[in-house]
Write a protein that binds this ligand. Structure first.
Ligand code: MN
Length: 491
């Protein structure tokens, strides 16, 4: 399902106390609000007025129906009037979909001369929403609270951002990851409890033999390769004469795509330690699949692969880019401290500042033929890097704010795509925080999804969330991690 195929249910709270006329007005206005918000251009999915809840049965039936409907990516609640929240209790305990409490009101202003007790009875979101907020707080129901006037573009944009997160949740819950081979030998941070991950995030992580992929590769026809080469020629500059190497990557791309689609997988991993029967480590091939929305993780890193697929799904239609990334090396010159991110081959070209070049170079490790890859500079702009690590019994998501820059040097002999950035709050404090929190060398780098959205995702999924910002100090972070550890032991 694409982003536009999902919808969100607008569920309004009220009660019978006010009489049928008030309830009719509430319904009519809720319809009008959905219609106007859908036209506002800020929501990636449709918001659909579903019902006005007046009894416990209404709330429970609506929530059960939302749980069962695969097109419903979440519910958005609001109380036009007062809605006694004990009647929401049974339903909220059953809720399995993302939940946003939209604390708004129909009218923008208090109508000075018209306000009377009839107006007060009809327009009491200010205290209706407090009653509604209490029950979710009391039940510890994870939810996003967005307050503001519903016709304001920034408020609709925040609602839209949350919708993207909820669609990411739907994608996550059905995500299948194809592993070609196991994790790179002896590496710790790419490991994890696959059962815990399936329980918390829905990811089905399974392995397929590399030999099966080799069968797919050998079955690709010259005609299929010719067609893909024509596409490469349109999109990239050929900076190599070794077309045989490029053609082999095209074969790998076609083969992996067929195999992923046949199994319904939206993410994959491989490792240079297990390429038995393959001529090259997929470079260009993996980069191309990432650009089409598949998640990828090198060295068997299925966590970063799945996270990249989910973040790409959240970012559908956005133009900044989202890539598998690895912190490689630092520039520690005073006042110009930067991180250089890259990978052996596989950086997604959606983050490229210009037209990528196809080049062929030796790999140095893995003992295979020289692989073709896309080489480019990443674009400048605000972004985040995201890492998910297994702490033993729980998953920790670490997000760091970064500012990408145009690389300050050409690095003509570096044969891979590269992104340069300033980590927050500054390079050395940022590194101290990242290392203290146990963040991996592999990350998902995204210009399109914000830290607030990742926090929303972590809340919905029950993950520990750590955010390194321009305000973060090592001391504060250590204290936070210590308290988190205590809190998670109690869960
Ligand atoms: Mn790596």
């Amino acid at each position: 399902m694409a982003m536009k195929d999902y919808e969100f249910w607008f569920v309004v709270g009220s009660q019978f106390l006010y009489g049928p006329e008030v309830l009719a007005t509430v319904s009519k206005r809720a319809e009008e609000m959905c219609a106007k918000m859908n036209k506002g251009g800020k929501l990636p999915c449709r918001i659909v007025y579903k019902t006005t809840v007046k009894t416990s049965e209404d709330a429970t039936d609506t929530i059960i129906a939302a749980n069962a409907d695969p097109t419903c990516a979440g519910i958005i609640t609001w109380c036009h009037t007062f809605s006694p929240s004990k009647m929401w209790l049974t339903g909220l305990k059953l809720l399995q979909k993302p939940y946003c409490h939209f604390a708004t009101q129909y009218n923008r202003e208090i109508p000075d001369t018209e306000i009377d007790m009839d107006f007060m009875n009809l327009n009491q979101a200010a205290h209706g929403d407090r009653e509604h907020g209490f029950i979710a707080a009391r039940l510890r129901t994870p939810r996003k609270v967005i307050a503001g006037y519903w016709q304001d573009a920034p408020v609709q944009a925040r609602l839209g951002d949350w919708m993207r997160v909820a669609v990411g949740v739907a994608v996550s819950k059905s995500l299948k990851v194809m592993r070609y081979g196991d994790n790179m030998r002896n590496v710790a941070v790419t490991e994890g409890d696959k059962i815990l991950v399936q329980e918390k995030l829905g990811w089905q992580v399974n392995t397929w033999p590399v030999g099966k992929l080799v069968e797919y590769i050998n079955a690709v026809t010259d005609k299929e390769v010719d067609a893909l080469m024509a596409e490469y020629k349109k999109l990239y500059t050929f900076n190599t004469k070794n077309l045989a190497s490029v053609r082999y990557q095209a074969k790998e791309e076609i083969a992996m795509k067929k195999m992923l689609d046949a199994e319904g997988c939206r993410a994959f991993t491989n490792t240079f330690e297990d390429l038995y029967g393959m001529e090259q480590l997929p470079g260009l091939a993996s980069q191309r699949l990432m650009a089409q929305g598949y998640g990828y993780g090198g060295e068997g890193d299925w966590k970063v692969s799945a996270m990249t697929a989910v973040i790409k799904a959240m970012a559908e239609g956005k133009k900044g880019g989202t890539a598998f990334m690895e912190d490689y090396t630092y520039h520690l010159a005073k006042g110009k401290e930067y991180s250089l991110g890259a990978h052996m081959l596989e950086v997604c070209p959606t983050v490229a500042a210009g037209k990528p070049k196809i080049e062929v170079h030796p790999l140095g490790i893995g003992g295979k033929a020289d692989p073709a890859r896309l080489v480019f500079e990443g674009r400048a702009g605000k972004a985040i890097v995201v890492s998910l690590v297994d702490m033993g019994g729980r998953l920790r998501m670490i997000v760091q704010d970064i500012e990408c820059i145009k690389p300050i040097m050409k690095m003509p002999n570096l044969p891979v795509a590269r992104v340069m950035w300033r980590a927050m709050p500054d390079l050395t404090t940022g590194v101290e925080c990242w290392v203290t929190a146990g963040g991996a060398h592999h990350t998902t780098l995204t210009y399109d999804v914000t830290a607030e959205q990742m926090r929303d995702f972590a809340r919905i999924m029950g993950l520990e969330f750590v955010h390194i910002t321009k305000e973060t100090t090592v001391e504060g972070l250590e204290h936070e991690l210590f308290l988190n550890d205590l809190a998670w032991k109690l869960r």
